[in-house]
Each structure stands twice: as C-alpha cells, then as structure tokens.
Design a binder for this molecule. Structure first.
Ligand code: AMP
Length: 246
C-alpha cells in the first residue's frame, strides 16, 4: 500500500479495493484534535484509502438523538451545551459498534476517546484482545481563530452528509447542496458560544488524552491547516510508518 499523496488524496476504486484486500491491516486508528480540526473530513478520506469504517461518536450520538433513544434523550441537552456525554454511556455505545464484523481489519475512531477515562477503557479493551493491533493515534493541529471560522461557517447536507463552509468552501448556490440540491443545515452546537464551551472541554479533558497517546509512542501530529488531500497524505504516511514500529 503506497503512502503517496495521490493514493491518499484521490484513491481510485482500484486502489481502495487493493487496500481492502491487502494483508496489511491498518488496525485501530485514533483521530484526535479540537472541534473543527477536520477529524470527520479526514476519517472519510481514510475510509476511501483503507476500506475500514469510520466510527464517529458525535455521529452515533446525533443518530441516537434523531431516533429519540434513551441515550439520545440524555445526550441531547449535554451536546447542546457543548459538554461531554458521560464516559459510561459513550463507552457502551462504542463497545456495541465494535462488535460489528466490519471492524475486523481496523477502524478509525473519530472523536473518541475524549477523556482519560475513555482512553483507559479503550486501552484495556484492546489489551484484552490478543489478536488486536496496538492503537495508532494521530493528532490534527489547527489554530484557534481558524477553528472558530471552520465551526461557525460549517454547513452539512442532510442527505449526502457533504460538509461545506460558507467562508472557505461555499456551495455553488448559497444554502443548498451542490450534489443533492437539499437545503443545507447547521449543527445546533456550531455556534460561537457553544464552540467556546467545546474548546474548554477539549482543553480540560481531551488535551490530556493527546499527551497520554504521545507518551505511548505510536503517535503523530499533523498540520491540519492545509488542503484536505495533503493532510490525508500526511496521516496515511504517519500511520504506515507507525505500524512498522517494532
Ligand atoms: P463531534 O461531532 O465529535 O464534534 O461531537 C459533538 C458532541 O457530541 C460533543 O460536543 C459532545 O457533546 C458529544 N461527544 C462526541 N463524542 C464524545 C465522546 N467521545 N465523549 C463524550 N461526548 C462526546
């Protein structure tokens, strides 16, 4: 599997197929970083490269909210305030998702773990699975002002999930998806006020998780203030390199 920029930026279906068939399993990959660094966007690029699933705890929680499940009812208010959903609930949700057979060759955890409690739970779970590869963690870095623009400008297509930004990557027709023509929506937690709370939660609870994985070794930092394909290429190269550590 090549780690060149081209395979990361625009993998053809043949390249994706090759990656999916490769004996070299990517294993569990953690994408870490503050709100708005592009974890979700990059996870989708990596899915194309490796053919392993993206597991976004934010997306799973929003699906629970939309379906009105008991978890969704608890999570809705907490998410609306920009705070973190309790570890026990999120861990259980992730445990259930990891039972799916599509995770056998690896998976991309996007937005998890976000606390040291979640990291301890995940590390313990992986240590108990002798066949599991060790985790590789990649932290994406973007400065605060850039994050604020990314978050407050973000709009999503409710049909195909394409992400736009009214400042940096606007749709051709203001307010509507280029692909589906659907009216774009803004996440209720993508306001400046809630962003500030999410950043506070990140600094207090998630920054120590980054340090935890940095200390464990299989860890890389990438500059997230570049074009999407360049960042993806950097992540692929880092994961390939870290996977070959002894
Ligand atoms: P995200 O889509 O990753 O920005 O997550 C949106 C919101 O979902 C966060 O602000 C939290 O309220 C909640 N959330 C997502 N992932 C987690 C997690 N691992 N632990 C606790 N809360 C989470």
């Amino acid at each position: 599997m090549s780690s060149s920029a081209s395979s990361a930026s625009s993998p053809t279906s043949m390249e994706s197929g090759r990656a999916a068939e490769s004996n070299h399993a990517p294993g569990p990959i953690l994408l870490l970083g503050a709100p708005g660094v592009g974890k979700g966007t990059q996870a989708k690029e990596l899915v194309k490269v490796w053919g392993i699933p993206q597991i976004s705890t934010g997306d799973l929680l929003r699906a629970n909210v939309a379906q009105g499940t008991p978890l969704g009812k608890v999570a809705q208010e907490i998410m609306g305030r920009g705070e973190l959903v309790p570890d026990s609930l999120v861990n259980e949700m992730v445990a259930i998702r990891l039972l799916q057979p599509d995770t056998a060759r690896g998976y991309i955890l996007d937005g998890f773990p976000r606390t040291l409690g979640q990291a301890d739970w995940l590390d313990g779970r992986l240590a108990a699975q002798i066949e599991s590869l060790p985790v590789v963690a990649v932290s994406i870095q973007v400065n605060y002002n850039q994050l604020l623009r990314r978050i407050t400008g973000r709009r999503n297509c409710p049909v195909c999930q394409t992400i736009y930004n009214v400042y940096m990557n606007p749709p051709k027709r203001d307010g509507f998806c280029d692909i589906e023509g659907a009216a774009l929506v803004q996440r209720t937690d993508d306001t400046e006020e809630v962003f500030k709370e999410r950043m506070r939660a990140y600094e207090a609870l998630t920054a120590p998780v980054v340090e935890h994985y940095r200390a464990l070794g299989r860890f890389a930092e990438v500059d997230g203030d570049r074009p999407i394909p360049a960042i993806a290429a950097g992540i692929v190269a880092a994961v390939e390199r870290l996977r070959h550590l002894g």
